[in-house]
Design a protein around this ligand. Structure first.
Ligand SMILES: [Ca+2]
Ligand SMILES: [Ca+2]
Length: 230
């Protein structure tokens, strides 16, 4: 009996551990959906984001790796559908590292021709907070990761809480290519703790003094009148 009970207890511990592994605390989410802009593909529909459209044709500050290109290069890259502007392409020779410079809670991009060998990673310093394979990215946009150049979507990535905020995004592709445009970021703003505000005793404004003086003057006038009448 004792032996059986101990075995049951062990089974429960193992089951609990398995449950923990199967459902990690992380709930970093990916969804598809954006807003169309003429000849630039889709942009983020999330309010107040900062957007990088690459339309200057130059590699933006904070970006390393990848290439800013337009149009198609057969066998190398293809512009996301409807996008005639500059965009970022990542191939096996040059994964892109995007240093945001501050913690963010949201990232989005317009992508085309999703491939199974694409990989997207979110980091906070040296800690990886989330990653998505090309297969997962395609599934989020209800398509196949087969590099279909007619397919484009806007992908949205949202941290569930402050533990999942990130300051770096990595775009990796072991084969040509990972094509994206209109990167959007929502920076996380931590609320200031209340103790940073000191309570000050109210000091009257100059206007208040003027009103007080006027009031005193009026009272003096009325007292004078009362004296005169009586
Ligand atoms: Ca662009
Ligand atoms: Ca592709």
């Amino acid at each position: 009996m004792l032996r059986n009970n101990r075995q049951n207890g062990l089974s429960v511990v193992i089951a609990t551990a398995a449950l923990f592994i199967a459902t990690p605390a992380s709930a970093f989410s990916v969804t598809a959906g954006g807003t169309a802009v003429y000849e630039q593909g889709l942009v983020s529909s999330v309010p107040d984001v900062v957007t990088m459209d690459f339309n200057s044709g130059l590699m933006p500050a904070g970006y390393t790796g990848g290439l800013v290109v337009t149009g198609n290069s057969v066998g190398n890259w293809a512009s996301p559908p409807g996008d005639k502007s500059h965009y970022l392409v990542v191939g096996p020779a040059s994964p892109a590292v995007i240093s945001l410079g501050s913690l963010a809670s949201y990232f989005g991009y317009y992508g085309g021709s999703p491939d199974s060998y694409n990989l997207l990673e979110f980091w906070n310093g040296a800690t990886e907070v989330a990653s998505f394979t090309g297969v997962q990215l395609a599934a989020a946009a209800s398509t196949s990761p087969n590099g279909d150049q007619r397919f484009g979507a806007y992908w949205n990535f949202t941290a569930a809480d402050s533990d999942e905020w990130f300051d770096t995004v990595k775009m990796i592709s072991t084969q040509p290519a990972f094509e994206t445009d209109n990167h959007a970021v929502l920076f996380a703003v931590e609320e200031l703790p209340l103790q940073t505000f000191s309570v000050l005793s109210p000091v009257p404004e100059p206007q208040t003094y003027a009103m007080m003086l006027a009031g005193l003057g009026l009272m003096g006038f009325m007292a004078h009148r009362r004296r005169k009448i009586s």
